[in-house]
Design a protein around this ligand. Structure first.
Ligand code: BGC
Length: 495
């Protein structure tokens, strides 16, 4: 398999930070002995964020209950339980050239893949990643889709000799669009609302495939979307291509969500619709879940100041877009009320979203005796001078926020598994079951991964949790979308 990545100059993975090479800040000694008054504030934060077993159990049970309510009737619960129209998963027999587009956060990816069937599997892939210019996240639908179509047109032009399209066929695309979409078929769906800080006008209420088709027409690009999928669905399909035991996929990145394979007869709102496999993938849109979450005043204030107050409460407590901001708000409070950084306030600590989740992760990986990395991040990012005590408190704050996130995500996963077990006639928990995970927060925050695992093990017990494999499916959603374009191709696959 050959992988040629042609990342453009603007490419910046959304979950990385560049550490400053400037000198570590001076330790200003003594910073007023702040830790005495900060300690109770830390204890309060830890207790407000605590996720002991009963809290986890309540979240898992409520997740299962909300899933059932959302499957019964549209609008039945916080969980939309969106039908993906993906009724057949990749088998390995897929062949041919397929494209994938991936729009779901600050980065946009285009990918092409040559599939060679059971024998050759993935023969070649190439991709390109660009950062969505910030103004497009707040612009018009036409501007956003024109940008996407122009990146795609440019990329398609560079198709080299490793890729083959039989004569007379259009290039087919799997379009991963990672926002809540009410699917109307496998290749159409209406955007319900934007999430993750996007506020593009003119898309909500419209078919996103039509928006893309119109933009492709404007560019004179003759390609066809054969599958519209959520990133969780793409991840599930991509992981299932290699492992038949994958039944759940979770994204924990800028945003968060989960999907799973459901039996058609367990979906009352399908009203007798038929799928040859008897199964379909359901997208929970679990970011909207809200029951029993241990939230703090910082979560509430952040939500109130957001562009979608009252919405995506689970997402705001556990996903990468928000963890840095929750920590910043907690630290600001400690600096103001407990003089965490001494008498003077760090100049940039009051700027919303100045601290991002990758900073939290980098600070938690600091193994130096005097927490040098923590010191330089605090200095570089918020202009804070710190001593060892305040650095230790900052690390504790990061840990508190990410621990809650990881453990709640773990409880959410158990909620889905529990629902499958309850409905199963064949001792579901005694078989190997794989949960495919992807997203920057999962991939690049080791403590977060650990907390997810711990919560799953606490909830399910040591024996059952041994059968639950939580696996990283790196960038699976791109290949997954291309595979779903293949399974839903308008052309015959046997050539
Ligand atoms: C979106 C989901 C998506 C998730 C992860 C959420 O904000 O609503 O559709 O799957 O982010 O990207």
């Amino acid at each position: 398999m050959s992988v040629a990545a042609t990342a453009t100059a603007t490419a910046t993975p959304s979950f990385r930070i560049r550490r400053s090479t400037r000198g570590v800040p001076r330790m200003r000694m003594p910073v007023r002995s702040s830790t005495i008054s900060v300690a109770p504030m830390l204890t309060k934060l830890q207790s407000d964020c605590a996720t002991p077993l009963p809290v986890l159990r309540h979240v898992a049970d409520s997740m299962s209950a909300d899933m059932r309510a959302g499957l019964a009737v549209d609008g039945g619960s916080d969980l939309k339980m969106i039908l993906s129209y993906v009724d057949s998963l990749p088998t390995g027999n897929e062949k041919g050239l397929f494209y994938a587009l991936d729009l779901g956060g600050t980065n946009f990816r285009v990918l092409r893949v040559q599939l060679g069937g059971k024998e050759e599997r993935v023969i070649a892939t190439e991709f390109e990643q660009v950062t969505i210019p910030e103004k497009l996240m707040f612009g018009t639908s036409e501007e956003l889709f024109d940008f996407i179509a122009s990146v795609l047109a440019n990329f398609a032009q560079q198709e080299g000799g490793k890729f083959h399209l039989p004569p007379g066929r259009k290039r087919e695309i799997g379009f991963t669009f990672s926002f809540p979409v009410k699917q109307t078929s496998i290749d159409s769906g209406i955007l319900m609302k934007w999430t993750k800080g996007f506020a593009v006008s003119g898309t909500a209420g419209n078919d996103v495939v039509a928006c893309l088709n119109e933009a492709m027409d404007r560019k004179g690009l003759d390609m066809r979307v054969s599958a519209l999928v959520n990133d969780t669905v793409g991840t599930l399909a991509g992981a299932r291509y290699w492992d038949e035991d994958v039944v759940v996929a979770v994204i924990l990145g800028t945003g968060t969500n989960a999907c799973y394979v459901e039996r058609m007869d367990a979906i009352p709102k399908m009203q007798g619709k038929f799928s040859p496999s008897g199964r379909t993938i359901v997208n929970l849109e679990w970011g909207a879940f809200s029951k029993g979450l241990p939230l703090t005043v910082f979560d509430r204030d952040m939500d109130a100041a957001s562009i979608n107050p009252g919405e995506q409460i689970f997402e705001k407590a556990i996903s990468g877009m928000y963890l840095g901001e929750i920590a910043r708000r907690a630290l600001l409070n400690m600096a103001e009320e407990g003089a965490l950084f001494g008498e003077s306030m760090p100049e940039k600590l009051s700027m919303p979203f100045i601290l991002v989740t990758p900073h939290l992760s980098a600070m938690q990986q600091d193994n130096t005796d005097d927490l040098q990395t923590v010191g330089s991040i605090l200095y570089d990012v918020i202009g804070a001078e710190s001593n060892l005590n305040s650095r230790k408190i900052v690390v504790e704050v990061c840990d508190t926020i990410v621990k809650r996130a990881g453990r709640l995500a773990g409880a959410g996963i158990v909620g889905i598994l529990q629902k499958l077990e309850e409905d199963s006639t064949s001792a579901f928990f005694s078989k190997r079951t794989v949960v495919a995970m992807d997203g920057g927060l999962y991939e690049r925050y080791p403590q977060c991964r650990q907390y997810i695992k711990e919560a799953v093990a606490e909830l399910l017990g040591p024996e059952t949790s041994q059968n639950i494999v939580i696996e990283h499916s790196k960038d699976g959603s791109g290949i997954g979308a291309a595979l779903l374009a293949a399974t839903n191709s308008q052309y015959d696959q046997d050539y």
